[in-house]
Design a protein around this ligand. Structure first.
Ligand code: NAD
Length: 488
């Protein structure tokens, strides 16, 4: 049985009150680990350690030191990629193929930020000859990083790499449902020769996250998760007006025009919605199809859905695993029922799959609800499960209006062969990412984040590093002379 501990001030330790939490496999509900469950008191110790480390020798590290550190972390991720991928699949239920892809992306993220950090040199500004004026980038300070359960280590990497790369110190709190890969990652960090307190791990629930958000000794909090927690973090952050980054939920339209490559569009509609059983913030669960091809499109999806292989993520033939928790399972089934009650037509799924192997665990059939209209709850709220809701539209204007009519703005996709229309839609959709004739790709080089209620700030790309820095104007007068403004 895996047992995890907290990592505070360079030491592995148990929570002050010895709290533990059983970590459960979503595939069969068996207990796979006992994780340390921290409280606010542990979080305070970690914050204090991070504060001391930030105010100590860590500030003297150079960009070369930190770039080397990120590259070393990437090498360790590569070394333990198989172990990490197994832990991620065990804890989240996602297929091993998906977890292996995550580990590759995580190593790439560290290498990308290593390159960016190494190229950082500030700027010398034009100024009078007796003045040196420089624009400097400095670390923000102690960073509280709070991550969700759907992409546990990937979301952590998007925060840790730029935070450490920019010279900050870190207290990370993964979701208490999925701490295993972040714990293993911390073991990798412990192999490195970092000063105590630079990197701290506190596994626990909302109260630990709340302590990070409230603490006056934390300078930045970066959060990925749902709107409810995001709102309370934003409010808590006003205590010292700490810097905040919020990556929240989405209700992401996948819009198919009649002139699209339909073979590709049908195939990607499945990928958009059922990848990781739909538990992706950018999942394309809101399918919108042009009227003239709507019935045929639904027919083709209906034919594909029963062929999706549901199963344990460790089995090679599995295409879709379970959802992460009993709570999610119940919530998703509730949303499906709400949709049917509002008039949606259940084409496929909407229930636990039949068979002994699916009796335990949080299994759901891939689900298609057709004839959904824009006003329905299921067209507006994030479902975060393997459910496609399909709406019909009659014109580009109608599709655009309906797609933008959501409080969220994370990601959208458009399928068309008309480049002019593709460009018009890309510009007019109010979402942080708009894909055309594709779904889901992201790169470390491209920014990730949401408009409107999908969040504040961006991760990845140059801006993903900038979020972890303060800009300073350093002005040095080399030849000061009395000004005489107020006389002699
Ligand atoms: P969640 O909001 O329940 O929890 C996220 C993290 O916040 C966890 O570590 C949790 O313990 C902590 N937390 C909960 N309440 C808190 C509070 N009051 N103060 C501080 N911390 C608190 O989210 P989740 O259920 O783990 O993740 C699913 C959500 O995350 C979905 O809405 C999904 O769309 C979103 N998400 C967004 C992105 C993105 O990039 N925009 C990526 C992944 C997931």
């Amino acid at each position: 049985m895996i047992q995890t501990q907290l990592y505070i001030d360079g030491q592995w330790q148990s929570p002050i009150d010895q709290g533990t939490r059983a970590i459960v496999s979503p595939a069969d509900e068996s207990v796979i680990a006992q994780a340390a469950e921290a409280t606010r008191a542990d979080a305070r110790l970690a914050i204090a350690a991070a504060r001391r480390a930030f105010d100590g020798p860590w500030r003297q590290t150079t960009i070369r030191d930190r770039a080397r550190l990120l590259n070393k972390i990437a090498d360790l991720i590569d070394r333990d990629a198989e172990k990490l991928a197994h832990l991620e699949s065990l804890n989240t239920g996602k297929t091993l193929t998906e977890s292996r892809t995550d580990m590759g992306d995580i190593a790439a993220t560290f290498r990308y930020f290593a390159g960016l950090v190494a190229s950082e040199s500030g700027a010398v500004n034009e100024a009078p000859h007796h003045v040196i004026s420089r624009t400097l980038r400095e670390p923000v300070g102690v960073c509280g990083l709070i991550t969700p359960w759907n992409y546990p280590l990937l979301q952590a990497a998007w925060k840790i790499a730029p935070a450490l790369g920019a010279g900050n110190t870190v207290v990370i709190k993964p979701s208490n449902l999925t701490p295993l890969t972040t714990h293993h990652f911390t073991q990798l960090i412990a192999e490195l020769d970092l000063p105590p307190g630079v990197f701290n791990l506190v596994t626990g629930g909302a109260e630990v996250g709340a302590e990070l958000a409230e603490s006056l000794d934390v300078d930045l909090v970066s959060f990925t998760g749902g709107a409810f927690a995001g709102e309370s973090i934003m409010k808590a952050a006003t205590g010292n007006f700490k810097r905040i980054g919020l990556e929240l939920g989405g209700k992401n339209p996948n819009i198919v025009f009649a002139d699209a490559d339909l073979d590709a569009a049908v195939d990607y509609a499945l990928n958009a919605a059922f990848f990781h059983a739909g538990q992706v913030c950018s999942a394309g669960s809101r399918l919108m199809v042009e009227d003239s091809i709507y019935d045929a499109f639904i027919g083709r999806l209906a034919e594909r859905l029963p062929r999706i292989v549901i199963g344990n993520g460790f089995h090679g033939e599995t295409q879709m695993g379970p959802v992460q928790s009993a709570q999610q399972h119940e919530k998703i089934l509730g949303m499906v029922q709400a949709g049917i009650a509002e008039g949606a037509r259940l084409v496929h799924g909407g229930k636990r799959p039949a068979g002994d192997v699916f009796r335990k665990g949080y299994w759901l059939e891939p689900t298609l609800l057709a004839d959904v209209t824009a006003g329905m709850k299921i067209a507006k709220e994030e479902i975060f499960g393997p459910v496609i809701t399909a709406e019909r539209f009659r014109s580009e204007v109608e599709a655009l209006r309906a797609a933008n009519d959501t409080p969220y703005g994370l990601a959208a996709a458009v399928w068309t062969r008309d480049l002019d229309k593709a460009n018009r839609m890309s510009r007019a959709l109010r979402f942080g990412t708009v894909w055309v004739n594709d779904y889901h790709p992201y790169f470390p080089e491209a920014p990730w984040g949401g408009y409107k209620a999908s969040g504040i700030g961006r991760e990845l790309a140059r801006i993903g590093l900038d979020e972890y820095t303060e800009l300073k104007h350093s002005y040095i007068n080399l030849a000061p002379k009395a000004m005489g403004w107020f006389g002699a």
